[in-house]
Write a protein of this length. Structure first.
Length: 334
């Protein structure tokens, strides 16, 4: 059991996914001092899922006892995981990637074990808060954050607080449609930005181009041993980095989609900064200036190019930092 010590300000951030749990010890400035990754068996029942989370937290908290200055000083636990969930009650509702939990009061269960505050939110919201408090968004009042990877998730931070909407279901920006006649997204809607610009969408577009233009040489196929079905967005990104023309065309189309979508977000929210993270965002960093150049054609807002488009700070550690941000001293001070 932890003993609260406000003077130290240490918290544990936990990132729960369908196959792994990442947990880390984070200080009040957002520095991650120690982290671990352990397996998560999401189909093995509620008790098994809970035991995996407790094991990860215990492993990280044990490190505080190795240093007399931090011994027993954990003052909170922050959890981020896929939704749907209720950030107000700390209940995991029914995430498709976590079938072990249905209407499961995860925050309350953990709070009973560790006797410290436990906060729960979805991964994009939590990552947005971490970037706003400690990362690329520090110093900006209103932040729009997008993680572009296997899916597209977004978080909105106004005045240092996550915007949840009426029921906690706000900021599902990845499921904003930009083409009502577009391909059907996994959520059921047509033309969501996720089904057009995520990693799987890029890979699908690349496979289609390779099939339609079999005589055109491309490094993409070389990177996957000639197996068109093995093409991934990472392979497209590697080919682009090597100067491949087809890879550039595929990514240019992705940038067109993202520019239109971000133009909509600017017209709706006019944030002070836009931050992009995730694996696909990393591939697209050389295109950030191109997105900015496209914005005037995608926005009513005549000052859209004044809004910085920046790369996220935390990268693969965004879940740990995000979880920690939910219970950080910095959040309390805002």
């Amino acid at each position: 059991m932890f003993e609260s010590s406000p003077s130290e300000g240490l918290v544990i951030g936990v990132d729960i996914g369908g196959t792994k749990i990442a947990a880390g010890l984070v200080d009040s400035a957002g520095n991650i001092h120690h982290q671990i990754r352990t397996p998560m068996v999401a189909s093995d029942g509620a008790a098994s899922g809970m035991a995996a989370v407790v094991s990860a937290i215990d492993s990280v908290s044990a490190r505080t006892w190795e240093n007399s200055a931090t011994r027993g000083s954990i003052r909170g636990v922050g959890i981020c995981c896929p939704g749907p969930l209720d950030p107000n009650t700390g209940v995991v509702i029914n995430p498709p990637n976590l079938p072990c939990w249905r209407n499961f009061a995860l925050a309350a269960e953990l709070s009973q074990i560790y006797r410290v505050p436990v906060k729960l939110d979805n991964d994009a919201n939590a990552a947005a808060l971490a970037e706003a408090l400690w990362g690329t968004g520090r110093g900006y009042r209103n932040v729009f954050y997008a993680t572009v990877g296997t899916g597209i998730g977004t978080g909105i931070v106004f005045d240092g607080r996550i915007y949840h909407g009426r029921t906690g279901a706000a900021a599902e920006g990845g499921h904003v449609s930009i083409d009502y006649r577009g391909p059907r997204c996994g959520c059921g809607k047509p033309g969501c930005i996720e089904v057009l610009a995520s990693g799987p969408a890029i890979a699908k577009r690349a496979r289609a181009r390779l099939l339609a233009e079999p005589g055109r040489g491309s490094a993409i196929l070389d990177l996957v041993g000639g197996d068109r079905e093995a093409v991934t967005s990472e392979a497209v990104g590697q080919a682009f980095a090597g100067g491949d023309a087809l890879a550039r065309e595929i990514l240019d189309q992705t940038v067109d989609f993202l520019s239109l979508w971000l133009g909509n977000m600017i017209d709706l929210l006019e944030p002070d900064v836009i931050i992009m993270g995730g694996g696909v965002a990393a591939i697209l960093r050389p295109f950030f200036a191109g997105i900015r150049d496209r914005l005037p054609a995608c926005c009513v807002n005549s000052r859209c190019q004044e809004i910085p488009l920046l790369a996220a700070c935390y990268g693969a550690d965004s879940g740990i930092a995000g979880g920690a941000a939910l219970t950080s001293e910095a959040m309390v001070r805002v």
